[in-house]
Design a protein around this ligand. Structure first.
Ligand code: HEM
Length: 432
């Protein structure tokens, strides 16, 4: 069988759905990175995939993905007891409703602050602005200062020089951090310059945050009450009672900051949806939490972000009569499941009504993985994602602006993708 690593890189989001269409019903078999691979999808496949007897994560992720997106030693790569202990740290911070609300409030404040400036500008690129405002909010919330560390080298290797006061200037720490957090996501699935930018961004941020962890652990540190996310990570002990080494702690702190900033992608997709469906604007602007949540779920279902998740079979397995050999790669086709016509009526129509008055089933809507977030590898950040989206999207719907002629295509071969122009708006008027 042909190895499909290259078609995957070339076709992106269309690769697995295309294979599925060509091969007909049932799981798709292929080869990836030199290994036999099988792709599953559907609410029945989700518990199979998230059962540790069937799928292990250690050694499943390629080095280029670890050196950009997740970081070496990240929770994503752990199994068993080690995973459960580390995961508990994320769950305690990210599933705490008070903490999530506090983050949403900071995001709202940053939106108001930024929005006031947009009126004076000839045009605003929403992607850049939203990534900056979420960076400011999540860093303040997590206890990560956005000022340059006194010992830090200038990013270009020059002597450190004064920080620029304008937080949109590349020589300002907020702007640089926002760029780095975006770059790590943007460059994980390509071999080109975006990838090298992502590696440099990760290295810089890991070094910066490892110093912060050391500062927090030093005797002179004044603890906050309640402890910040950075302090919680600094104090976390593994199953063997040891603290995380500063670099791994930095990796895990980045595993909170980076994906929160990644909600920028969904926010800009939300702007795209509003542009394509202006009839939905009024309801999103005025109807409150229920409709905003349905809209956010539909953005997460409809638009392409995480294509699939993958792990390795630890022994020979059987999936409904299909033999899966030990060492095979098992994929859960997230994008395919979110667009499966057997699960969703008119899957390629954007329609928040499908979530009106109901929450999706646990293993039905899977943009951030499936199963139980505490027990398995499901994303622990769904509450944060929904809180940020339900904060930003109704505010966007209430903002007056024009969408000038631009390239709004969302190329499916690019992973991760986004509207090509970054979604430019002009003539911005904040609501009275
Ligand atoms: C895991 C998607 C936001 C933190 C994951 C996984 C996916 C995902 C697909 C892997 C699930 C698996 O391996 O089975 C997304 C998307 C987001 C998002 C599309 C929206 C932008 C967040 C946020 C946070 C977060 C806001 C934290 C604040 C994590 C962590 C893991 C994870 C720590 C690793 C979990 C584990 O391995 O046990 N996410 N996520 N994510 N996500 Fe998210």
């Amino acid at each position: 069988m042909l190895d499909h690593t290259l078609p995957l890189l070339a076709q992106g989001y269309a690769w697995l759905p295309d294979l599925t269409r060509r091969k007909g019903p049932g799981p798709v078999r292929t080869r990836l990175m030199g290994k036999p691979a099988i792709a599953l999808r559907g609410p029945e496949a989700v518990p199979f995939f998230y059962d540790e007897k069937h799928v292990r994560r250690r050694a499943a992720l390629p080095e280029p993905v670890l050196s950009t997106l997740f970081g070496k030693g990240a929770v994503h790569t752990l199994d068993g007891e080690e995973h459960r202990e580390r995961k508990a740290m994320f769950v305690s911070v990210l599933k705490d409703a008070t903490a999530v609300t506090a983050l949403a409030e900071r995001v709202a404040e940053e939106w108001e602050r930024a929005g006031k400036e947009w009126a004076d500008r000839s045009h605003v690129t929403l992607f850049d602005e939203v990534s900056l405002l979420i960076t400011r909010a999540v860093c303040a919330w997590a206890g990560v200062p956005l000022t340059r560390h006194p010992g830090a080298e200038h990013p270009d290797g020059e002597h450190p020089h004064a920080e620029h006061p304008d937080d949109r200037h590349p020589d300002n720490e907020a702007a640089r951090t926002a760029h780095d957090l975006v770059a790590m996501v943007d460059g994980f699935a390509t071999a080109g310059p975006r990838h090298w930018k992502a590696r440099r961004a990760r290295k810089r941020q890991e070094e910066r945050l490892a110093r912060l962890i050391e500062d927090i652990r030093s005797p002179g540190h004044e603890a906050s009450d309640p402890p910040s996310v950075a302090e919680a990570v600094a104090a976390h002990r593994e199953a063997d009672g040891r603290l995380l080494d500063p670099r791994t702690a930095a990796v895990e702190l980045l595993n909170v900051l980076r994906p929160t900033v990644a909600v920028t992608w969904f926010t800009v997709f939300g702007a795209h949806a509003l542009h394509r469906h202006p009839d939905l604007r009024e309801r999103l602007a005025t109807e409150g939490e229920g409709y905003a949540r349905a809209f956010a779920h539909e953005v997460r279902r409809f638009y392409p972000f995480a294509p699939f998740v993958a792990g390795l079979a630890p022994s020979d397995l059987d999936w409904h009569g299909e033999r899966i050999a030990e060492g095979s790669m098992i994929l859960l086709d997230l994008y395919g499941q979110n667009h499966d016509p057997g699960l969703w009526e008119a899957p390629y129509t954007f329609d928040p009504e499908r979530f009106a008055g109901r929450e999706p089933g646990r293993d039905e809507l899977v943009p951030q993985g499936g199963g139980d977030a505490s027990a398995g590898h499901r994303c622990p950040g769904e509450d944060v994602t929904l809180a940020v989206l339900t904060t930003l999207l109704p505010r966007l719907a209430r903002l007056e602006y024009r969408v000038p002629e631009q390239d709004l295509r969302i190329p499916l071969h690019r992973v991760p993708t986004r509207p090509r122009s970054g979604f430019v708006i002009t003539d911005v008027r904040a609501p009275a």
